[in-house]
Structure formats: structure tokens, C-alpha cells
Design a protein around this ligand. Sequence first.
Ligand code: CDP
Ligand code: MG
Length: 784
Amino acid sequence: RPGSQASSAFGLKFDRPSQRGTHRRGGDRQPASTAYAGKRKHGAAADQHPSSTSSDDDDRCFEPGPPGLLPDGMRGPDLPPMQPTYRFGDPSLPVSRYRRQILYLVENHATTIILGETGSGKTTQVPQFLFEAGWAENGFSIAITQPRRVAATTVATRVAEEMGCDLGTTVGYAVRFDNALTAGRTRIKYLTDGVLLREMLDDPLLSSYSVIIVDEAHERSLATDMLLGLLKKIQRRRPDLRLIISSATLEAAKLRDFFDGGTVSAAAAKRRAAAAAAAAAAAAAGSLPPPPPDPNRTPAVVTVEGRTHPVQVHYLETPAPNYVHAAVESAVSIHCEDLPGDILIFLTGQEEIQAAVGLLEEHARRLAGSRGYSLKLLPLPLYAGLPGAQQQAVFRSTPRGYRKVVAATNIAETSLTIEGVVYVVDCCFVKQRCYNPLSGLESLLVAPISKASAAQRAGRAGRMRAGHCFRLCTEGDFANQLPEVTVPEMQRSNLVSMVLQLKALGIDNVMQFEWLAPPPAEALVRALEELHALKVLDEDARLTPDVGLALAALPLEPGLGAVLLASRELGCCEEVLTLVALMGLHHVWAPAQGAVHALEEAKAKFATAEGDGVTLLNVHKAWRSNGRSAAWAQRHFLNQHALLRADDARDQLLGLMRRHGLLPADKPPPSCEQDMESVCRALAAGRFMNAAVFERIEYNPLAPEGDKGTPVFRLVRYTAQRTNPIKLRIHNSSVLWRSMPSCVVYNTVQQADNGWYEMQGVTAVRPEWLVELAPHMFHKPGPM
Ligand code: CDP
Ligand code: MG
């Protein structure tokens, strides 16, 4: 069989030997050979939801129902008779069996916690249940928050399809700088947790929503954690509001305790009894009763048990030097076994995914030429920067005669479920934010995933039938190097944006805020210092009326917002609006497989000595003067989708600035025409916290001859501490790579595995500008 040659042809060996000869085509049988005998089996369900099988836990979580109910406590007599058939939703999904239960609990509890297997239908179905039960009537809507924008947009698309409406009508979404909504008409609204936080600035009690579903709470994104605390506050003022917290892991106790409103007073119990009687009367009259005015403030917990099949986990015998190659080789080996089932590969980011998809396409072409395989490989990417249509493509069912191989980021771990996956290849890494409060440096780092994440990823293989998960590390490394659980984002982030938002919402004492888990005190102190340096906060740590309120109104990280504010006086608002919009996107360049050199040439055409900011402006200008043509963008290795999005973002920012009186509404924003120095000055004015000075050249004794060494930079605010160990260099994606400007400001930092911090989005500035523009921070030119 072709498969046998193929799996040995690739140098990759798993210590759970490959399925050669053990599975029959189309069969679901356990291996006949002893290859797997005695090997541990990971039941995906048990792996992920240890207590989902324990009914004890459920009993504890449910509050006993009124007398006369079935033992599961779920048939409320005060519920109106349900229609026997439901118009909306997919009844085949596990969550559909809990429909009545969920509706009953939501009706009677201020907070309901839904725990359940990924893919059981929590995100797509629950809002439809609520819609049909009347929770989106009388001008109210239902909000569902997502930590990731791709999840918000794709899930909204799916639900609109299921409900048979156009996206942006009854079902819509709102993510930063993009939305599909109709005011007054959208009833089910998927939005990122960050966007809901912004909505609170205009409507602090979120009064347009009857139900808010905080989805993917297990992810513990920074914005979700903030939301939980704020929603708890809102709940006290809005007894009619219902919260649903949905999570893929069973950390219910903590959430339940957090939202527990304490025992109900006698008066409230009386009110509730009266409401139940009224509801029963309404039900008898055939109309829908209003929700009880005083819901039970102890959260209800419901566990949705999904279907999962066992997933067998395989580890490498020896570590793989390059996990992208190893992932591609594993996928091809699996494919060559010629058994049915799609493959899902977890990688850390766009570059890796593009590289993997490119390699897989080569293999697909090669294999298509050889006979003996019943299926053709169909490689597909899935990551945040992908245009919407391509994101949707991974959800379409695999065409006959093909095997889908989806290379995805962490987004496929719990946010999105791809049907038909039987094999998971997991690189066991993730790109993560991390923050060092000592240096104040926030960076992106490719770090090992947690064991909890790995279990989730493996579980993705067991949805259809028994599956396999191939982890690209050794079993020993897995056991010893991976942390048990992922550290919540709040514990590893720069908290500047968070503190600014809380202050804007009137929460002055950030330390005393009710947190599910409080942020580290040093990080909070640092954030306050930084906001003070940006003049967002005054001496008493209150928002300043000019800078503070303005920055809170802009959906930008405060440093970038400060660049925009500074551009007004510097007369380059027109340019900086575009620049800020472009900088918010990570992938303006679209490297094509095997065209690294061509991409470098294309970049060089637009490159300027000022750095990446001005280069981006040149790119945008050239694209505009070529009629925003997609063909032109493709020829120059530019991401058309990203450029269009930047235009939208720019328009929205301009609109916001006008609305908040930061720019006059009747005039175009001031432009500096050709004078790019003002643009660089604006960057220096907002980004001075990210200023670094050139220090020396570091030579690598092992580098090939002719290597000019690496220019080392040092953070300006830390030059006083000569012992500061942080070494910065310019990332090779920057047009200033290998050059030695005396002083730069950067947009973001990424940690390389060899200890370097690499600056991205770099602009050369003059040290004296820093003194001029931020005299409160810098007293004399150059290193201090
Ligand atoms: O939220 P949960 O993980 O419980 O499940 P879900 O996201 O609601 O997914 C339910 C089903 O919808 C899964 O079978 C997904 O594959 C499917 N789905 C889809 O086909 N396309 C989407 N854009 C989103 C979900
Ligand atoms: Mg979900």
C-alpha cells in the first residue's frame, strides 16, 4: 500500500506507531495489530470535562425546582406550553436537548452558567432559543460576546444562514472597525468583548440588551475578565437583565461564587411568588408571561453533555527541529494512509500557516500525479487576517473525493468547530501576549500551550468518530515542559488600556474593583504610571479632560491614540489617521509562498529612511492612486483585504474624532502633504514610551563571514539602569532592519527564542524631539 512507503519516507516517528495496517479503509475498528496494545487512551470527554460525567456535580449546581417537578427540576409549571416544533436552530446539536432547561433557568435566574463540550451548539443555538422565546421583543436585543473577532463574524454568518435572514438584519455582528448591523432591527448581535466594553461608554447599563451572553469565558481574555466585573455591577441596577456565561471548561464553582447575589430577602421571595402566579395566569391565557422582576440571584449551572468519541494521542519519539515541517509531514503521512477524515493542524500564526499551506499544496500536486490514493488533499488556512470568504470556506463540507487539511491558529481550539475532523496535528505552541511589569515591556511570544489547551485541541478529533491526535513533541517534554493551565491574559498584559477604560466608566479605584481574579498589583501601578506619563491621568489619578477623555473615546491603544491627538497640532492628521488605521492591522504585506525575494523587492520600492510608518503611507498612497486595485495589490504582495479594512477604520476614526469634537466637522483634517517629518514627530509624541536608542553592534562569533553584526538598541526610559538586561533589535520585517538610526520608536515587540526582543513597526526619530515633545519624561537629548 502506498501509505506504508509514505510514512517511512518522512523522517518523522511517533512513539505510538502510525496506523499502518491497523485500520481498514472506511472502518472505525480498533487496531487489529498490537501496535497500540497497552497504550493509554485519552477519552476526549474525560480529558476535557472531568466532572461532566459526574452527576454529583450537577446536583450540587442545580437549585431544587419547585415541588412537583420532575427530578431534574426542569419542567417549570409556570412556563407557557412550548410549541412542539421550533423554527430556529439545529435540533441535531447536543445543546438542543437542553433547550427547555436553559430557557427555564434564564427566565428565573439572573445568571445562568452553561458548561459544555466545544461544538455542542452553545454559541450558535442558545441565542436562537432566546430569540424564539421572546427575549428579543419590545426593542431589546441579545448580545453574545466573543474574545476573537473571527469567531464573532463567522458565527454570526452561520446563525443568519440558519435563521434564513441576511447577515446584518435580524442577526448581525460588531467587531472593532467593522460591523454588519441595522439599527433598530438587529436582534441577535455577536460582538467582541472589547466592543461591548466600548458600548458601555455610551450606555453604561447596556440598556438595549435583555440578555448578555459572555461566551468562551474559559479563555479568560482581558476584556472578558473586565466585562464579568462590570456586568456584575450592572446586574445590581438592572434586575431585568439576564446573564449567561458560557464556558468550555468546568470552572463553574468560581464563576458561580462570583455572581452569587446572596440569599433572597423575604420581600423578594414574595414578589417572586406573585410573579410566578402571574406567569401561570398568563400561560393559562395563552400569552407569554413577562420575566419575573426579581430573578433568583444565585446562578444556575447547566452542563451540556456533548457526544465525543475517544481520541488516541501520539507523541514524537524524538523532538522535531521545525514544527511547521513536522506538521506538514505528519499530515501527509496521515493522508497517505488513505483512511477517510479531515485533518486539523494547529500552528501559531499567519506566517507559519501560509508556509504550511504552501508546502501542503506542493504535496497535493505531487500526490495528485501518483495513483493509488482515493482522496485528493485540499489544504485550507484559517487565521484572523484572512478575508471573510476564505474564513467561511473551511466550514463548507469537504467536496467529494477530497480531504480537507485545515491549518489554523488557536482559533480552532474552542471558538470554532470544523466538522469532519478526525485527525489533529498539534504543534503544542501558541502565540501569546506576555508582559514584564519590571521593564514595562509587553511582547508576543511563541510559548508552549497548557495541558488543558492540548486536551481541548485533541478533543477536536473526536467529534465525528474515534480520532487521533498527533502532538509534535515527545511524551516526556509534554509532561515536563507544559504548564497545567493557561495563565489568564490579565496576568500577562500591559494594563494601560484596561485602566483607561475603567476610569472612563467611572471606576476610580481600580485596585478595589471586583475581579474574578485580581490583576497583579505591579502591573496596575505600571499602568497608572504610564497613563500619567501620557497625560491621561492627573496628579490625583483622575482622567484629564483634554487628553484622558479624548483617548478614552478612541478605540485605540492609548499610545497610538496619543499619536493621533498629537497629529492635530503638527498639522498631519490626514496622514496619521491613515497610518494609525494601517498600524492596527498586522498584515499589510501578503508574502506569497516561495516569493520571499520578490516581496523584499516590492517592499524596497516603497521603503524610506524614516522607517515603517512612512513606508506604509507610501504604500497606501500608491495603492490609492492605482484606483485601489486588487490586481495591483496582488502584484505588489499587498493584502487587499487589509488595505480595504484600513480605509474603513480610518473613516470610522475620523467620524469618532469629529463626533467628540476632536476635529472640526466641516473641514477636511489638516494634511502635511510631503512633509513626513511631522508624521515622525507625531509618532514620537505618542510613542515616547517605546523609544529606544542605538547602543552598539553585537557580533556573533558563529555568524558566517561577512556578517555585519546586529545593531543593539536599549529602551530610553531604562538607559539609566545600565544593568537592564533587555536587548532590543529591529525585526527583519522592518525596512530599517540592519540600519543604525540613533533613536527609534516602535509599534510592537516580539520575543525571539534566543532572548532578543524584536521591534516591529519602527520609525527613526531624533532624540531631541523626545525632549521637546515629552519634556516631563526626558530631560536632555540622548541617553540619560
Ligand atoms: O459554541 P459551541 O462550541 O458549543 O458550538 P457552536 O460554535 O455553536 O457550533 C455548533 C455547530 O455549528 C458545529 O457543528 C459547527 O461546526 C457549526 N458551525 C458552522 O458550521 N459554521 C460556523 N461558522 C460556526 C459553527
Ligand atoms: Mg462556542
